[in-house]
Design a protein around this ligand. Structure first.
Ligand code: SAH
Ligand code: SF4
Length: 355
């Protein structure tokens, strides 16, 4: 990466139109970068030579190196991206469904892709179960660094430009703690002349900064919301997520009730299941009560142990009983498949190895 050069990934199309003249060229550049995955300005064959020259003098299309990657038996791939300042974050390419063929060998159901994207180097929230928290907070990612992860995951896996993909902001960091850069990145990523990933396909996962959930609601972007609830009483939740002291369960539920949710969609509540902590039916009962009156679905997550982790993985039996109880009460409930379990699945593990 050459020093002194700026990145173009920080600009919305409207902003790019302000700095590129004539402005219709901005759309062409956006197309080259985000649809044709251009590596180099020289590839942009419909731009005038002198424009290519001046772009090269001021900008670079490089933003990060791939420091490590691991491929899982299920096809998921985890990447460690390293930025110019030496800091790195993880992004995961998740393969959701295998191709299915009809009798003539035509594809009838394509693969589905979900990208798990990071928003910060480290995290301030300091959850007791999370490996990312261990290193403390380092810095926010820029909008460009968030956009770049999405672009690279598409490019590295040869995803056609118009193929629908889903994004979950569930990598390293607390997305709502990097609010402005996140919002900008979402706008760039959803730009029709660029990556064109609809905001409906982008899910923000938050540990529950209630004030920022309200603020996000006011932006009315059409994004999906996922709440890392993990506990049904404030005492345990504060042990798991210290920030619960400032933003308790009630404040989160109130914020969610005010959040604009698409009529056909639900708010996802993530519930990290930890052995002997929150895996009992009494907790399941409280959870049902807590979520009554909300268009909610629940995603149960197995606690994923790492060396010296303070908690244990719950039994499958308890997990299934918990799920069955919620379903019997009319709640939509899934158990998160352990995608890529063999590739240092818990957030932060590849980073630990890579460094
Ligand atoms: N900061 C945001 C998004 C990133 S964390 C949030 O907390 O929601 C993404 C997810 O990883 C969260 O749902 C979190 O509970 C989960 N996670 C963190 N450590 C984990 C572990 N050891 N095992 C399983 N899931 C874990
Ligand atoms: Fe931060 Fe989320 Fe990890 Fe908590 S679980 S420390 S909020 S990344």
């Amino acid at each position: 990466m050459q020093e002194g050069l700026k990145t173009l990934y920080d600009y919305t199309l409207d902003e790019l139109k302000q700095i590129i003249s004539p402005s219709f060229r901005a759309k062409q550049i956006y197309n080259w970068i985000y649809k044709k995955y251009a590596q180099d300005f020289e590839q942009m064959s419909n731009l005038p030579k002198d424009m290519i020259k001046s772009l090269k003098e001021s900008y670079t299309l490089d933003l990060a190196n791939i420091k490590a990657s691991e491929t899982s038996v299920d096809g998921s791939i985890k990447y460690l991206f390293e930025f110019a300042d030496g800091h790195s974050v993880e992004s995961v390419f998740l393969l959701m469904k295998d191709k299915q063929y009809d009798e003539d060998g035509n594809i009838i159901k394509g693969e589905k892709y979900t990208f798990c994207i990071s928003t910060q180097v480290g995290c301030k929230v300091g959850c007791s179960f999370c490996l990312t928290a261990k290193g403390g907070f380092v810095r926010n990612l820029s909008a460009a660094e968030i956009v770049y992860q999405v672009l690279m995951l598409k490019k590295l896996n040869n995803i056609e430009e118009n193929k629908a993909v889903n994004i979950v902001y569930m990598g390293m960091g607390e997305p709502l703690d990097n609010f402005d850069n996140l919002i900008k990145a979402i706008k760039i990523i959803s730009e029709l002349d660029g990556l064109a990933i609809s905001t409906k396909r982008q899910t923000i996962s938050t540990s529950g900064i209630s004030s920022k959930i309200e603020k996000l609601g006011k932006e009315d972007l059409g994004v999906q919301l996922a709440i890392s609830l993990h506990a049904v009483d404030d005492e345990l939740r504060t042990e798991l997520i210290p920030m619960n002291k400032a933003y308790n369960i009630k404040s989160i539920i109130d914020a969610v009730k005010n959040f604009p949710v698409d009529t056909r969609k639900k708010v996802m509540f993530e519930y990290l299941v930890i052995k002997d902590k929150n895996d009992d039916l009494a907790s399941a009962k409280k959870l049902v009560k807590l979520l009554s009156g909300i268009k909610a679905k629940v995603n149960l997550i197995y606690f994923n142990p790492y060396p010296n982790s303070p908690y244990q993985r719950p039994s499958k039996d308890n997990m299934v009983k918990f799920q069955e109880y919620l379903i019997s009460k009319g709640l939509l409930c899934t158990i998160r498949e352990s995608k890529g379990l063999d590739i240092s699945a818990a957030c932060g593990q590849l980073k630990e190895k890579g460094e």
